[in-house]
Design a protein around this ligand. Structure first.
Ligand code: LLP
Length: 417
């Protein structure tokens, strides 16, 4: 990523040497680049320019207040999935009219809070959720704007890379049952039907599955139109992939040019296009800095034991995800093949495997692509404090979340009398 680059042997985030940050703030440390967030946003802004569209940051990917505030300033909407996420976006002054509320398990209190705030729309995933939402809204004297999340069942055989998206049975309403579900929604007193949405998977690098899904949704919209149900927006979800290793990411413009062309060709350009990108807005805007505590050379493998673990960044342990590893100060000595592992008492506690690195004890390394689904998935296993988060802006930096303390770890706990 261009916002993280070497000057000489030193790795920088924008104008700040990362080794300086590690020294000043300690490790493990999440570092984000403000310029990288802005650049990622601009790719969407340019791709939607001149069209009726709304980009709602899938904030589950990174929900730090400073990150949310940046996107709010840039004009972003937000895709939320909980009352907690709603509280966060409201805390940065986001416009509720640009918030869509996704998720299969919305609780009554979450519906109430979202109705109170006046969100743009609820992305509803089941019939019982529709019934509950109508009741909650009616009791409050309100009408809930609703989009149904449809599972378009994009062919797994043609697009095996999103096959996990297909098995997600808990998500969405099967497309064959969608018309019936819409008729039911339209009959409910507390519901106003406004849209349709889908989210076909994540880390997608091809246009094909999106166009397949779009095609199915447009057929559904036409069917609904004939039944007298008029939709105002079409939400294609998130899912655009980023470069972790050697992937060729799908540029928003490449996808959206084709989507808008299709909408126009089929006479659906009256629809507002909504998107819910998460990873592609933040994934490569962050790195995780971590110190090499020990180099442990064994007969079968060499381990670089670092001070970050699976509790700080769980993606490798959970998905066998690949993240790049960069030294903060490049050495030109010979490399050794290491497994980069954490201090947690689990064999799954690794961040990178079989990497050729020139390391010495005490070196600091950067784990790349740690802006999405990284800090947000961190936990306190092994009673480890969660890392601090820092935002670099040009040659300045700001601590946007303090490192947790031991006092934080036991806050709220008590012993029996
Ligand atoms: N909309 C909905 C309804 C979603 O479920 C998601 C992500 C998004 C939008 C944003 O998708 P994105 O643009 O980030 O692909 N923890 C996993 C990723 C889980 C994605 C969950 N849903 C990981 O670390 O790869």
């Amino acid at each position: 990523a261009p916002h993280f680059h070497y000057e000489g042997s030193q790795l920088y985030a924008e104008g700040v040497a990362l080794s300086e940050l590690a020294k000043a703030l300690g490790t493990p440390l999440y570092v984000y680049s403000r310029a990288a967030l802005k650049t990622a946003w601009q790719h969407y802004a340019q791709a939607t320019e001149g069209h009726h569209a709304l980009v709602c940051f899938g904030m589950k990917a990174n929900s730090n207040l400073a990150v949310l505030k940046e996107f709010a300033r840039l004009g972003s909407g937000f895709d939320i999935v909980s009352g907690g996420e709603l509280a966060r976006v409201l805390a940065v002054g986001a416009d509720p009219a640009k918030i869509v509320f996704s998720g299969v398990g919305k609780q009554v209190c979450e519906m109430q809070a979202a109705l109170e705030a006046g969100v743009k729309c609820f992305n509803v995933e089941s019939l019982p959720e529709l019934d509950r939402l109508s009741e909650v809204a009616t009791a409050m004297g309100k009408i809930a704007a609703v989009s149904l999340r449809v599972n378009p069942d994009v062919d797994a055989k043609t697009h095996p890379y999103i096959s996990t998206g297909l098995k997600e049975n808990k998500f969405g309403i099967a497309i064959e049952e969608a018309v019936t579900a819409y008729m039911h929604a339209a009959s409910l007193p507390g519901i106003s039907v406004v849209g349709v949405d889908c989210h076909i998977g994540s880390q997608i690098t091809e246009v094909g599955p999106y166009l397949d899904a779009l095609d199915k949704l447009l057929k559904l919209i036409a069917q609904l139109d004939q039944a007298g149900i008029k939709l105002h927006h079409l939400d294609l979800g998130g899912g655009l992939g980023i470069r972790y290793d050697d992937e060729t990411p799908l540029a928003p413009k490449v996808l959206l040019d084709q989507v808008f062309a299709e909408l126009k060709a089929k006479g659906f350009d009256y629809l507002q296009l909504v998107l819910e990108p998460g990873r592609s807005l933040v994934g490569n805007a962050g790195v995780l800095l971590t110190t090499v505590e020990y180099l442990k050379l064994t007969e079968s493998r060499n381990f670089a034991i670092i001070d970050a673990g699976m509790n700080d960044l769980i993606r490798p342990a959970l998905y066998e995800a690949w993240h790049g590893v960069l030294p903060l100060v490049a050495r030109n000595t010979a490399t050794t093949r290491y497994d980069v592992v954490g201090p947690v008492c689990e064999s799954a506690d690794w961040l990178a495997k079989e990497r050729d690195l020139a390391l010495e004890q005490g070196d600091v390394i950067a784990i790349e692509s740690a802006g999405a689904y990284s800090f947000v998935m961190a936990g306190n296993y092994n009673s480890r404090t969660r890392p601090a988060e820092v935002m670099v802006d040009g040659d300045k930096y700001y601590v946007i979340r303090q490192r947790e303390t031991f006092a934080d770890l036991i806050r709220g706990e008590s012993c029996l009398p």
